[in-house]
Design a protein around this ligand. Structure first.
Ligand code: NAD
Length: 503
């Protein structure tokens, strides 16, 4: 067996070690996939200093948006040329199925990076307008400046994609960046740094620091030279990041947890809705923030819908994520599995019934993997903890409702508001309901359709700000108003209101 490769950190255009390393293990087999450098407070400070210096000398913000866009496209091309290899790496580090990794995790990363390149070309970095209230001939200019050093803290479930959602708009807008991946999944982000290095991105513009979240991430959140922090992860850590960022009044974007309500209306196409419900809660084995984990069905349809759901769930395979026929891979870690199992037990204590639990693999090669079969809990009510808290695993909680008003009330009775869905044959009825849901995204007759051209983010405790969409660069720029007066006639100015004419 070949030794696991070692990855260094990427700071100021070169690769760095610290003498200590962290192991990255396959969630499916427990094998050591690679080791990475173990960063600490001083490595963060070095990376931020490099990003600050690159910002100050203007090597990136002084470049035309067109040229910055060309760099983003070149990074996307580089990733695309290695898409197969990156897909496998993603499977090894976080247990995504190879089908999911190639289509969503890597495929979207590349296409979304290209979207940000196009935004850089189209964005109004400078605009001008009339000054209706000025008594003289004057012009108003709006300049959208980069903010400075932007930090991105990334979770383990979609590492490359969620890094692109921060890196893309930050670089398009002319900022410099420090990224911190989760310790469990640093490899695809270090490959992103390699791509940036290979296309000749100027030193210091992108830095990737690896290390424990409470050390490296916390330092980025409090660092006085970091002007913006974009965090994706749990609501609990998001609160800590926001608190740490308050001291230096950083710009903050938070993409946090969810408990998506999936409402099946009585006129829905049930075959579509059954498959869509499974897709909604099982992508990435349920470890996706936007999952549809609360199923709301009309009381009268519940037995029929659950019967069809269970029959279809039985056909799914849980197993080796590298096998293209596998539907569900493992959970990220032993802790992740224990947490999900605890919630399944809690659901039973609260009065739920396990209507279905899928088998886990028996292959000895997968004995060290962190497996939980797809699980459907019926008999739930919305006040139970299993219906209120994010489980982050392949667990669906089935609730019932009597009419559309009650469905909306149950859906909105949540601390979260990231995603929701409606299944109906009546578009007008579904749209009217969508308007009433407290959620950043509502999918009608589908799920997980995240689109780079549309904003993504949460309301309530699911987050703050939006990533993606035509306004994505607004989150990474500071608008500056410049008033330019073109007349020398003092009497026409506003001065006399305060300063009388010279004697
Ligand atoms: P997490 O909050 O434990 O970790 C996220 C990141 O924060 C990691 O890089 C981690 O190292 C870092 N971190 C940990 N402690 C920190 C601290 N004290 N200060 C700064 N950084 C710290 O989340 P996770 O378990 O990796 O991811 C799962 C969570 O992420 C779920 O709640 C999920 O819903 C959420 N998520 C949200 C979105 C979204 O777009 N809304 C997308 C993906 C995941």
């Amino acid at each position: 067996m070949t030794a696991a490769p070692h990855y260094q950190m990427y700071i100021n255009g070169s690769w760095h070690d610290t003498g200590e390393s962290i192991g990255v293990y396959s969630p499916a087999t427990g094998e050591l996939v690679a080791t990475v450098a173990h960063g600490d407070l001083s490595t963060v400070d070095t990376a931020v200093a490099a990003a600050r210096a690159a910002h100050d000398i203007g090597v990136w913000r002084g470049m035309s948006p067109q040229r910055r866009a060309d760099f983003l496209d070149a990074i996307a091309d580089n990733l695309a040329s290695r898409a197969g290899e990156l897909g496998k790496l993603q499977v090894h580090e976080n247990g995504a199925t190879i089908r999911g990794a190639q289509a969503f995790l890597i495929g979207y990363s590349i296409s979304h990076l290209r979207y940000f390149a196009q935004l850089a070309r189209d964005y109004a970095f400078q605009s001008s307008g009339p000054l209706a209230e000025a008594p003289t001939l004057a012009a108003g200019l709006i300049v959208k400046d980069p903010i400075g050093v932007c930090a991105g803290i990334i979770p383990w479930n979609f590492p490359l994609l969620l890094a692109v959602w921060k890196l893309g708009p930050a670089l398009a807008a002319g900022n410099t960046v420090v990224l911190k991946p989760d310790d469990q999944t640093p490899l695809t982000l270090l490959e992103l740094a390699r791509a940036a290095d290979e296309v000749g991105l100027p030193a210091g513009v992108l830095n990737v620091v690896t290390g424990p979240g409470p050390v490296v991430g916390a330092r980025l959140a409090e660092h006085r030279d970091v002007r913006k922090i974009a965090f994706t992860g749990s609501t609990e850590v998001g609160r800590a990041v926001m608190t740490a960022a308050a001291d230096t009044v950083k710009r903050v974007t938070l993409e946090l947890g969810g408990k998506g309500a999936n409402i099946v209306l009585d006129d829905a196409d049930l075959d579509l809705a059954v498959d869509g419900t499974l897709f909604g809660f099982l992508l990435m084995s349920g470890q996706a923030c936007e999952s549809g984990t609360r199923l709301l069905v009309p009381e009268s349809l519940r037995d029929e819908f659950v019967r069809r759901l269970v029959a279809r769930a039985r056909t799914l395979t849980v197993g080796d994520p590298m096998d293209p026929t596998t539907d569900l891979g493992p959970l990220i870690s032993a802790e992740g599995r224990a947490r999900v199992e605890k919630y399944i037990a809690l659901g039973q204590e609260e009065g739920c019934t396990i209507a279905f639990q899928g088998a886990i693999p028996s292959d000895p090669a997968l004995a060290e993997g962190h497996w939980v079969g797809p699980t459907i809990l019926t008999g739930a009510t919305n006040h139970m903890r299993v219906a209120r808290e994010e489980i982050f695993g392949p667990v669906l909680v089935v609730l019932t409702y009597r009419d559309d008003d009650e469905a909306v009330a149950i859906a909105n009775d949540s601390e979260y508001g990231l995603s929701a869905g409606i299944w109906s044959a009546d578009a007008a009825r579904a749209l009217a309901l969508a308007r009433r849901l407290e959620s950043g995204t509502v999918w009608i007759n589908d799920w997980h359709m995240i689109n780079a051209m549309y904003p993504f983010g949460g309301v309530k405790q699911s987050g703050l700000g939006r990533e993606l969409g035509p306004d994505a660069l607004d989150e990474y720029t500071e608008p500056k108003f410049i008033h330019l007066d073109l007349t020398n006639d003092r009497s026409k100015r506003a001065y006399p209101v305060v300063i009388s004419a010279a004697p």
